[in-house]
Design a protein around this ligand. Structure first.
Ligand code: AGP
Length: 617
């Protein structure tokens, strides 16, 4: 998810005040650095940028004030490429300091472009893909005097997903923006105009906005805007009035951050998959500081995590063992180091953590390293403690997850686990490139499957209404559906504060079925028919609980009518390969928990007794 905050301004007000104020409105999007650039007068561009919270930048500006200006751009960064530090903070400047750009997204081909520039003698100061864009712009401006045209020509060379906003010392009255697969909106004022990664950037000044379309470049002056396509032809743009207040704007118009993050899941999955293959199609991972040789030595994997991240690990186990044939255990972080585990140099510890600060998981890492095992972390927060103490990292690009209950974090963790499993299979040679490519293609189709569920949330809202007085819930699943049952139960516990328990469906007859009472809601996640021996058994489980009075809600792939007529409710899932089903089956359960908690009047984003990052043991 492109979650960096972007602001642009040109008009009669003090640009620094407007831009920094806009960045503050965007701060919820996550930040590990912030920066601004201003053009006080023709030929003069000044900037200030600082790692950490926006307050650090404001303190820096307080200490070394910038000259007054009426045009400026600003950025709060959620790092994807490059550590969160001053050097990598935006806006990167071009070598002559005349061009500044703020960027949101991932330029997939930036290494090729950077090499081209280095071959021309350019020297880079940061490790970011954004700096490459600033250098390309300055080089283009040497031959193209018009800033819009220069920006358009540069955009034609960029691949991936990006929002750009550009300021140039030689063009003090104009800000240029461009976007591909990443949001950019224009705010229309009276004698002033704004750019933002979302309307929160300028909602204090105007509620009249224009959403930029795909592959468009916008030229913004104090008097107005002009929109063209990357092809240079004039483009249509529609003006609309923002009817959100500021807090709603931060939630993208949704009631809760959790709802917003549930709806960001297609993009979070797509982003986590983006840029993972090199030109030859081989998988490449973020910061794989373990050599292929070291990985080939791995003869046991232990996944260590907590809560929802632990359930992501349970899902991953099936894929890791099936694709790599390496034995894989999944351990609760808080239990791991007290059970005197058998670790050695050929054991790979894989930790999964959205926040990267979970103390249970961090302590497990430190323990494992004492045992001389190697540690690979899957994490959503660039620069957090856990990745820093790991030997290798795979970042999930889900963007900041604000709601305490993890949703997009969970799905992107599962995707990252699949990437790890495929990478290990590639390194060990137990899967050919075409087989890996086939699975990657199946993963590329998942965002559309999730979107299909998100386009039909009403049935889960209606179900929440129907079950709002229920006091206890059971979740059943088999195979990869078993961790999904556990996750669905956890979502309900954390949000609705109700008893909810997940079971392996095969376990029912060994005791748990005794808790089934008349009307007990039982969710059942039915595996795809591809695994028929599982499928038939779970159908009989549905009959067993139904015979004892359960109210059965069955999640089953479209076209599979073998479960009929037993369930009381049928929730249809898009058809996906068996191992990938958790990426779609978890979504209705997230929505249900969120809807039920809302009806119970709970604060969905900040459930009682819980913290987003459990930094105590
Ligand atoms: C999940 O909804 C909870 N917020 C919690 O279980 C969480 O998954 C757990 O605390 C682990 O957090 P982490 O992924 O940041 O390490």
């Amino acid at each position: 998810m492109h979650m960096c905050g972007i602001v642009g301004y040109v008009g009669a007000k003090d640009a620094q005040t407007v831009v920094v104020g806009g960045l503050r409105r965007l701060e919820y999007r996550g930040y590990d650095s912030a920066g601004i650039a201003l053009v006080p007068s023709k030929g003069d561009l000044v900037s200030s940028k600082k790692a950490g919270k926006l307050a650090n930048l404001e303190a820096q500006i307080e200490h070394s004030p910038l000259p007054a200006a009426h045009m400026g751009i600003g950025h709060t960064r959620w790092a994807t490429h490059g550590a969160p530090n001053d050097a990598n903070a935006h806006p990167p400047l071009a070598p002559q300091g005349k061009v500044a750009v703020v960027h949101n997204g991932i330029i997939e081909n930036f290494l090729i472009l950077r090499e081209e520039l280095e071959n021309e003698g350019y020297e880079f100061l940061s490790e970011t893909d954004s700096e490459t864009v600033a250098f390309l712009l300055e080089r283009q401006l040497a031959t193209t005097s018009n800033l819009t045209e220069a920006t358009r020509l540069v955009c034609e060379r960029l691949e991936g997903a990006f929002t750009l906003v550009v300021a140039s010392a030689d063009h003090p009255d104009v800000v240029v923006g461009a976007r591909r697969n990443s949001p950019l909106v224009v705010g229309l004022g009276d004698g002033e105009n704004f750019l933002g990664s979302d309307v929160a950037a300028f909602i204090d000044h105007t509620k009249t906005a224009v959403e930029l379309g795909q592959d468009q470049v916008v030229t913004v002056t104090a008097d107005g805007i002009e929109v063209i396509g990357f092809d240079g032809l004039p483009a249509e743009s529609t003006t609309y009035t923002v009817d959100w207040d500021v807090s709603a704007a931060e939630k993208g118009g949704y009631d809760w951050f959790m709802t917003k993050e549930i709806h960001e899941q297609p993009a979070a999955i797509a982003e986590t998959l983006l840029g993972r293959q090199d030109a030859s199609g081989r998988l490449q991972l973020d910061e794989m500081r373990l050599s292929d040789g070291e990985l080939r030595e791995v003869d046991k994997i232990i996944i260590v995590a907590a809560g929802t991240s632990f359930y992501a690990g349970m899902v991953a186990k099936y894929a890791i063992e099936h694709w790599t044939r390496i034995p894989c255990e999944v351990e609760l972080a808080s239990e791991f180091r007290y059970r005197d585990p058998i670790l050695d140099r050929s054991t790979l510890i894989v930790t999964i953590s959205q926040s990267g600060e979970t103390m249970d998981t961090l302590m497990a890492i430190r323990y494992a390293k004492e045992q001389r095992s190697q540690v690979l972390s899957i994490c959503n927060t660039n620069g957090s403690t856990i990745p820093r103490e790991s030997d290798a990292v795979i970042y999930t690009h889900a963007g900041p997850e604000i709601a305490v209950a993890s949703t997009k974090g969970f799905l992107s963790q599962v995707v990252a686990c699949y990437l790890l499993a495929l990478y290990l299979a590639q390194v060990k040679g137990v899967k050919y490139l075409d087989e890996i490519g086939q699975i990657l293609e199946q993963l590329q189709d998942i965002p559309a499957g999730v979107q299909q569920i998100l386009d039909n949330t009403q049935e889960m809202a209606d179900l929440a209404e129907e079950l709002v007085d229920s006091k206890a819930f059971i979740f059943l699943g088999r195979h990869v559906g078993y961790p999904v049952a556990l996750e669905g139960a956890l979502k309900l516990k954390e949000l609705a504060y109700l008893h909810a328990e997940g079971f392996a469906a095969g376990e029912l007859k060994h005791g748990p079925i005794a808790v089934i009472d008349q009307g007990t809601p039982v969710f059942v996640v039915v595996p795809p028919r591809a695994r028929d021996q599982l499928q038939e058994k779970i159908v009989s489980n549905i009959q067993e609980v139904r015979a004892r009075g359960a109210f059965t809600i069955v999640l089953v792939e479209e076209g599979d009518d073998s479960v009929l007529p037993f369930p009381d409710r049928v929730i249809r899932l898009p058809k996906v390969p068996t191992l990938l089903q958790p990426l779609v089956s978890a979504v209705p359960l997230q929505i249900f928990a969120c809807e039920l908690a809302t009806r119970l009047g709970h604060d969905v984003d900040q459930p009682r007794n819980l913290a987003k990052s459990v930094t105590v043991e």
